[in-house]
Design a protein around this ligand. Structure first.
Ligand code: APR
Ligand code: PHB
Length: 390
């Protein structure tokens, strides 16, 4: 097969880039390791910055998101038995976020690919990029036991943290930065009315908790747990009891509980690989960087990578201008690191760390007191939460 851009990975990054390029007549193929159902079964945060939602509209896949997604103009931070609201709308001069599950985003992207007869190869095994240092890169893979090859101009690694793309870059040509957090998030999805119409991020001595939602009949909750915990240690009842303990009493009293339809523990990690390019190979999304979910920046960091890469390919193919491609890594990393900072800052602020000193704990409290005493501090939080400019 011959194409212009070979995309490894059919998650949100790969599908969004594929859809945007196709709409501009730039030929591409997506090679995805798993089945479509497997990809759609992933439960991930769905707080979408306006930059991301604008890209979805430009990709022609935003109709259901704009109809079913919920516009949120604020959220709460709970601490010491009370909750205080961060008024995103007022603090950002009218901006907001859309709450819409990542599963739905991915479903809409797949539907868009289908409508355009986009080429998304599922169950592509042993995908390998080749010739990244040459003018004729290509990708090999196996499907149903047959060895196949895609000749292309460029390869984009959208294959996530555990993918093959970043791993294919020689070790002496890539630098990584990492911080692993000493706890995880136990998440539960339940067909219950969300306890609050807006998200609640709760700091508590027993650990962090988050009240989120997918719709008004589908709730998403998390509690911070030690890394040693396993899902089987947590019955639904134990989860609901622990969540109530970490919420202000007036909130806990309204919690509607029900059977978990999904329950899993996710580790928390901050990670960046530099540069996000090696010859004809570009990295985008989780293939190049990971954030702890606290700030809901994962999908949104992937979106700005896709935005920069999309415009770089447009300039290259439509004007013969390679400057966007040459500037991509630096430009993408500048925003990636700001997303890293915000996610790290919010994680440090709201979680209880095993080795925390009394001073550290007090500093969390002081940071929250300062935050809610200063419109400038709140505006800084708000501009990061709705999304820094591209
Ligand atoms: N070959 C082909 N596909 C692969 C390979 C491989 N070797 N390794 C991984 N993949 C696929 C995975 O199956 C997955 O569907 O690449 C895709 C990567 O998707 P994500 O991990 O979702 O990463 P990304 O598309 O960058 O999305 C970033 O979505 O999943 C969340 O936490 C993530 O919020 C972040 C955002
Ligand atoms: C979620 O709904 O899964 C979610 C929302 C906000 C976050 C993290 C996760 O910051």
């Amino acid at each position: 097969m011959k194409t212009q851009v070979a995309i490894i990975g059919g998650g949100p990054s790969g599908l969004l880039l594929s859809q945007l390029l196709d709409r501009q007549g730039i030929a591409n193929v997506v090679l995805e390791k798993h089945t479509r159902d497997y990809v759609l079964a992933r439960i991930r945060a769905g707080v979408l910055e306006h930059g991301f939602t604008d890209l979805m509209r430009e990709a022609g896949v935003a109709e259901r998101m704009d109809r079913e997604g919920e516009v949120h103009e604020g959220f709460y931070i709970a601490n010491a038995g009370e909750r205080r609201r961060v008024d995103l709308h007022a603090l950002t001069g009218g901006s907001s976020v859309i709450v819409y599950g990542q599963t739905e985003v991915t479903r809409d992207l797949y539907d868009g690919r289908d409508r355009m007869q986009g080429i998304v190869v599922h169950e592509a095994e042993d995908v390998q990029p080749h010739g990244m240092e040459t003018a004729q890169p290509f990708v090999t893979y196996r499907k149903n036991g047959e060895a196949l090859r895609v000749d292309c101009d460029f390869i984009v690694g959208c294959d996530g943290y555990h993918g093959v793309s970043r791993a294919s870059i020689p070790a002496d040509r890539i630098r990584t930065y990492e911080r692993v957090y000493p706890f995880g998030w136990l998440g539960v999805l339940s067909h219950t009315r969300p306890v609050s119409p807006e998200l609640i991020y709760a700091r508590h001595a027993r650990g962090f908790a988050l009240c989120s939602l997918r719709s008004q009949v589908l709730s998403r909750y998390y509690v911070q747990v030690p890394l040693t915990d396993r899902v089987q240690d947590w019955s639904d009842d134990r989860f609901w009891d622990e969540l109530r303990r970490r919420l202000p009493a007036e909130v806990a009293a309204q919690l509607q509980t029900g059977p978990s339809v999904e329950k899993s523990i996710a580790p928390l990690r901050s990670f960046v690989a530099e540069p996000m390019r090696y010859g004809k190979l570009f990295l985008a999304g989780d293939a190049a960087h990971i954030v702890p979910p606290t700030g809901a920046r994962g999908l949104n960091s992937a979106a700005s990578d896709v935005y920069y890469l999309y415009h770089a390919f447009l300039a290259h193919y439509q004007q013969g201008d390679a400057s966007g491609l040459d500037a991509y890594s630096d430009k993408a990393l500048a925003r990636v690191w700001k997303g890293q900072r915000f996610s790290w800052w919010l994680t440090q602020l709201l979680h209880s760390f095993p080795d925390q000193s009394a001073y550290d704990q007090h500093m969390q409290q002081v940071e929250l007191d300062y935050l809610f005493s200063s419109q400038h501090a709140l505006a800084s939080l708000a501009e990061n939460y709705v999304g820094l400019p591209y």
